[in-house]
Design a protein around this ligand. Structure first.
Ligand SMILES: NC(=O)c1ccc[n+]([C@@H]2O[C@H](COP(=O)([O-])OP(=O)(O)OC[C@H]3O[C@@H](n4cnc5c(N)ncnc54)[C@H](O)[C@@H]3O)[C@@H](O)[C@H]2O)c1
Length: 265
C-alpha cells in the first residue's frame, strides 16, 4: 500500500463520486490528500458508502492524511488559493486530479439554453484549465516534475445524442490534456486523461434509476455492467504512480468496451 507514499495530491470535486473514491484509493496508497469541493458533504442521491462522513473524515478514520479546502474550480482565484493552501499544509504538490465536473443532457442542440452551455464550459473546461495551470506553476517552481490526471469521459472522444453541451466541454478537456502533455513533458510533468463511460455516481443517478435506460445501456456494453467508482479510482492510482511513468498525453478509455461498437451481442 505504498504506491503513492508521501505524494501530495489535490483532488477537485472530491466530496462525492469519483473524486471521493480516488481520495480513498490515493490515501490507501500512502498519499497526503487535499480534498476540495464547493461543499464538504457528499452529494445526495449518490452511491457513497458512509455518506454521513465527509471524504476527509472517512480517510482520517482509516489512518490516512487528508485536509479539506473549499474551492470552486470555475474561479481562478479559488484554484490559486487551493494550490497555495496545499503547499502551506504539506510543503509541496505532486499530483492534481482535475475531477470536478457537471453533466447536462436530455435536449437536442437547438434546445439547450446558453446557461447550460456556459455551465458545462465553466466547470468542465475552465475548471480543468485553472487546475492544470495552477498545478503547472507550482510544479515548475519545484523543478522536479509533477503529475496531472484529468477526468474526461468517453463523451470527450465521440458524439452522444442529447448531451452536446457536455460532449463539447469534455472534448475540450481531452484536447487540453494532449496540448499540455506536448508542452510540459520536457519538464517531467506527465499529463493524462481518464475517459469513463456511465458509472454509478450521483451524476448518473437519474439514468441508473431509469429502467429503460439501464436495460439499453447494459445491453450495449460488452462487459454488461455499469462502471463503478473503484474502477476509475484504480486507474487513477496507476496513472498517478511511477508504474505508468512512460504513459503521457493519453486518454484512457475505461468503458467496458462501450466505444468499440454500436451494438453488443
Ligand atoms: N459518473 C459518470 O458516469 C461519469 C462518466 C464520465 C465522466 N464523468 C466525470 O467524472 C467527474 C466526476 O463526476 P462524478 O460522476 O463523480 O459526479 P458527482 O456529481 O458524484 O461528483 C462531482 C463532484 O464535483 C463537485 N463540483 C461540481 N461543481 C464544482 C465546482 N464548480 N467546483 C468544485 N467542485 C465542483 C460536486 O460538488 C461533486 O462533489 C466529472 O468530471 C464527470 O464529468 C462521470
Amino acid at each position: 500500500m505504498t504506491r503513492l507514499k508521501d505524494k501530495v495530491a489535490i483532488i477537485t470535486g472530491a466530496s462525492s463520486g469519483f473524486g471521493r473514491g480516488i481520495g480513498f484509493a490515493f490515501a490507501n496508497q500512502g498519499a497526503k490528500i487535499v480534498v476540495s469541493d464547493v461543499h464538504e458533504a457528499p452529494n445526495r442521491g449518490g452511491f457513497e458508502g458512509n455518506p454521513e462522513l465527509t471524504t476527509t473524515a472517512a480517510i482520517r478514520e482509516t489512518g490516512g492524511q487528508a485536509y479539506y479546502v473549499n474551492c470552486d474550480v470555475t474561479r481562478a482565484d479559488d484554484v490559486a488559493k487551493l494550490v497555495a493552501a496545499t503547499v502551506e499544509r504539506y510543503g509541496r504538490l505532486d499530483i492534481i486530479v482535475n475531477n470536478a465536473g457537471i453533466y447536462r443532457a436530455g435536449k437536442l442542440a437547438h434546445e439547450f439554453a446558453v446557461e447550460e452551455l456556459d455551465a458545462c464550459f465553466d466547470v468542465n473546461v475552465k475548471g480543468t484549465w485553472f487546475g492544470c495551470q495552477e498545478a503547472i506553476k507550482q510544479f515548475l517552481k519545484q523543478g522536479d516534475g509533477g503529475n496531472i490526471v484529468n477526468i474526461v469521459s468517453t463523451a470527450g472522444l465521440q458524439g452522444h445524442p442529447k448531451q452536446s453541451v457536455y460532449n463539447i466541454s469534455k472534448g475540450a478537456a481531452a484536447n487540453l490534456t494532449r496540448c499540455l502533455a506536448i508542452e510540459y513533458g520536457q519538464n517531467k510533468i506527465r499529463v493524462n486523461g481518464i475517459c469513463p463511460t456511465y458509472a454509478k455516481t450521483s451524476l448518473t443517478r437519474a439514468l441508473f434509476d431509469d429502467k429503460d435506460f439501464d436495460k439499453v445501456f447494459t445491453e450495449a456494453i460488452p462487459l454488461k455492467r455499469w462502471g463503478e467508482v473503484d474502477d476509475i479510482a484504480s486507474l487513477a492510482v496507476f496513472l498517478a504512480s511511477d508504474e505508468s511513468s512512460y504513459i503521457h498525453g493519453d486518454l484512457i478509455r475505461i468503458d467496458g468496451g462501450e466505444t468499440l461498437c454500436r451494438f453488443s451481442v
